[in-house]
Design a protein around this ligand. Structure first.
Ligand code: INI
Length: 175
């Protein structure tokens, strides 16, 4: 980091070149999730990424996303993992369990693997809201999730450059 009179600011770039991404997509409500996936792949390409460096893994439902996201995140093969799903309250009595399990599991996977694992699971009251978030009037949350993955992958790389992990870990062991 540079020294000077102002703060040292570290941010990720929105450049996907050279990064590899794992995408975990849920088949439940797949007519929505396929649009999220299209948006995510579009974001990676439009930010200079190579789709040859992208693996897409399908799971049955959003509740199953964390286990596979964790496996991908720990594999060492990716710079970030993007999780895509659609949990719609109107269609399920156990919305809170499915949405909450997906959210907390994805968060745990990121912390355990020390890798960006992005929450691109949309949680909505009804199908109309889900459609709005999958490429119609509220944009495409899959595109946004992949853009966040690119920024976070870049940020982690830049943090490594400015404060290598070994040095950071060593420093944290100093009493
Ligand atoms: N999974 C979803 O991804 N979205 C939903 O809206 C949903 N509903 O409605 O129940 C859903 N359920 C399945 C769940 O994710 C698991 O696959 C299932 O409970 C088996 O573990």
């Amino acid at each position: 980091m540079q020294s000077g009179s102002g703060p040292n600011v570290v941010e990720g770039y929105l450049t996907a070149a050279g990064f590899r991404f794992g995408i975990v997509a849920s088949r439940f409500n797949d007519f929505i999730v396929k649009s999220l996936l299209d948006g995510a792949l579009d974001a990676i390409e439009r930010h200079g990424g190579d789709l040859g460096g992208v693996d897409v893994v399908w799971v049955p439902g959003s509740y199953e996303i964390p286990l596979v996201a964790r496996r991908l995140a720990l594999s060492g093969r990716y710079d970030a993992v993007v999780c895509l799903g659609a949990v719609i309250r109107g269609a399920t009595a156990h919305f809170d369990y499915v949405a909450g399990g997906a959210a907390s599991g994805i968060s745990s996977a990121a912390l355990e693997a020390d890798l960006p694992v992005i929450f691109g699971v949309i949680t909505t009251e009804n199908i109309e809201q889900a459609i709005e978030r999958a490429g119609t009037k509220s944009g495409n949350k899959g595109f946004e999730a992949a853009a966040n993955a690119i920024e976070m992958a870049s940020l982690m790389q830049r943090l490594d450059e400015s404060a290598p992990r070994e040095a950071t870990r060593g420093a944290s062991q100093v009493p």
